[in-house]
Ligand binder design. Sequence first.
Ligand code: ADE
Length: 250
Amino acid sequence: MRIDVVTIFPEYLEPLNVSLVGKARASGLLDVHVHDLRTWAHDRHHTVDDTPYGGGPGMVMMPGPWGEALDQTLADGYEAGARRPALVVPTPSGRPFTQETAAALAEADWLIFCPARYEGIDARVTAEYATRMPVHEVSIGDYVLAGGEAAVLVVTEAVARLLPGVLGNAQSHADDSFAPGAMADLLEGPVFTKPPTWRGQGIPDVLLSGHHGRIARWRRDEAISRTAANRPDLLRRADPAAFNRKDREM
Ligand code: ADE
């Protein structure tokens, strides 16, 4: 997958060099290019924002630099062999970014992120590119960040770990909270590793029983309790099969 990010803070994207995303880049599974939007600002101060039409507080990102940046980014990507671009525009006004969105974006060949600062990007930019390619406006939560760069890091990591070959063991995201399957809509319960006793606390006996059916039932019960405590909204839409499976009788 190719990823381009156009931003006024290229250094904000440095974390894309470390950990899972950094490794995916090093192994050639992800091809990431970060561009400074101010490269396409032509005045002495490299201005990329202006006052909003209609008045109001704050500044709006001008369409000119964004248009030139995206045209150049698209031309370079096509030249390098990338195909089927999609724009991802992080904004608190976007659709909620979920595991389902991550899975859909993980199917794409080429994502171009447009993180905004200030009050956002002139709306004509997304309107223009939406005539040529999918445009996904996504919000990572109901709070307002100072800009979209942190959301780019979030979305990139959530997408990258779904790409074939990025996680060592394909099963490691099959059981995630929010992954599709029997445990969909349930949060993952607690996990334990060695030592068996730590500061006086042991681990649940069932995990030492070697009885796979009982362990699975215990994990599901823990998932249900945790979901009820932390996300009762999810429990209302969870698959009733998760509460009522044959192995509950064991
Ligand atoms: N930019 C500012 N706040 C945001 C949010 N919650 N999600 C995505 N992008 C944002």
